[in-house]
Design a protein around this ligand. Structure first.
Ligand code: NAG
Ligand code: NAG
Length: 320
């Protein structure tokens, strides 16, 4: 079912909430100076990728050290899926090692893993969060690709991106979501990814190089955590963010970037979800319309993550 006009569809807010765990406020002390304007290097992008791979690696280790195959079976997953999870976790572990070696090869000290707080409480919320995290991973590699200068690194990043896409597909399928819900992956900028990742990070080793990225003020869906799998249309912002009377909700989904004029009522910011939004997608509160091209300078808050289930596509058999 596709929520074309969700602001008025109450059911959308009651859709299955895989996680539903409220998320702690972002640790803004992790936010590096926004005055950083130096040119990004390939090492910065690799450190950023390593930061995310550490996060995923620790996430899977936490879940798979806590839940046994029997826990997965009791939660309604089969033994084959439990086995798939071990391969996914093994990939993330190897991505960490790969990026560490690449950075060491550049003469740069790789960042170490941080301490994290992952809001899962059982197998189902662990798998739900895994699916959302893999989607964030796909979007991070896509958004970072254009920032890489060295073609060899770009090729390696594309190869890792394919693995992250396979993980996302495996996880989405296990949750009954459409695995390939969009004609394309969704690229979002490192600052947007950093905003999402920082919500899980409690603290990082003091020796870690500061990343030249900044977190935007948070945008949380009404009735759930940012990391819920849900089709939200109403969002709340953190304290201290001033929203002008005219604002937009900007949706990024696959190759589509669409701004819709927003309304404010009852403490929530909302807009109609455009019909082009499909699968795991991102929403920003922006000062101006961004349709077709995204300008970070217009961001007031975000991203929030939404999940929109597409309708079955019409297939054209006249090409036979
Ligand atoms: C936020 O991060 C800083 C730096 O890593 C850490 O010292 C602090 O304890 C963290 N605060 C919270 C509330 O997690
Ligand atoms: C189906 O494909 C044919 C051949 O490419 C094309 O001529 C036709 O317009 C298509 N029909 C639709 C509804 O897209």
């Amino acid at each position: 079912m596709k929520f074309a006009l969700v602001t008025t569809v109450v059911a959308a807010l009651c859709a299955p909430n895989v996680l539903g765990v409220p998320l702690a406020a972002r640790n803004t002390s992790l936010v590096p100076s926004s005055s950083s304007t130096r040119q990004l290097t390939d090492a910065d992008v690799l450190q950023f990728a390593l930061t995310l791979e550490h996060l995923e690696n620790v996430f899977y280790k936490q879940g798979l050290s806590r839940f046994t195959q029997n826990d997965f079976l009791r939660a309604g997953f089969d033994a084959r899926f439990f086995n798939q999870m071990r391969f996914v976790a093994g990939d993330e572990q190897s991505h960490v090692v790969f990026l560490q070696q690449a950075l060491t090869g550049l003469g740069v000290r790789p960042v170490s893993a941080c301490r994290y707080n992952f809001p899962f409480r059982d197998v189902r919320s662990f798998v739900g969060l895994a699916s959302v995290l893999e989607g964030i991973g796909v979007s991070a590699y896509l958004g970072g690709a254009g920032l890489i200068s060295n073609k060899n690194f770009l090729g390696a990043a594309a190869a890792i991106l394919a693995a992250e896409g396979l993980h996302q597909s495996t996880l989405r399928n296990s949750l009954g979501l459409i695995a390939s819900a969009n004609i394309a992956g969704t690229a979002i900028t490192p600052n947007a990814i950093f905003s999402l990742a920082s919500a899980f990070i409690v603290s990082c080793p003091g020796g870690n190089a500061a990343l030249p990225f900044k977190a935007f003020p948070s945008l949380s869906p009404r009735g759930g955590s940012i990391f819920s799998i849900n089709s939200f249309s109403r969002f709340a912002i953190g304290q201290g963010v001033i929203i002008p009377p005219v604002f937009f909700l900007t949706f990024i989904s696959g190759l589509e970037i669409i701004s819709i004029p927003g309304t404010f009522a009852g403490g929530f910011y909302s807009a109609r979800i455009p019909r082009q939004v499909s699968g795991q997608s991102f929403v920003f509160l922006t000062r101006t319309a961004n349709t077709g091209a995204f300008s970070e300078s217009s961001v007031l808050a975000g991203p929030a993550i939404i999940e929109v289930t597409p309708t079955v596509p019409t297939l054209n058999f006249s090409v036979l």
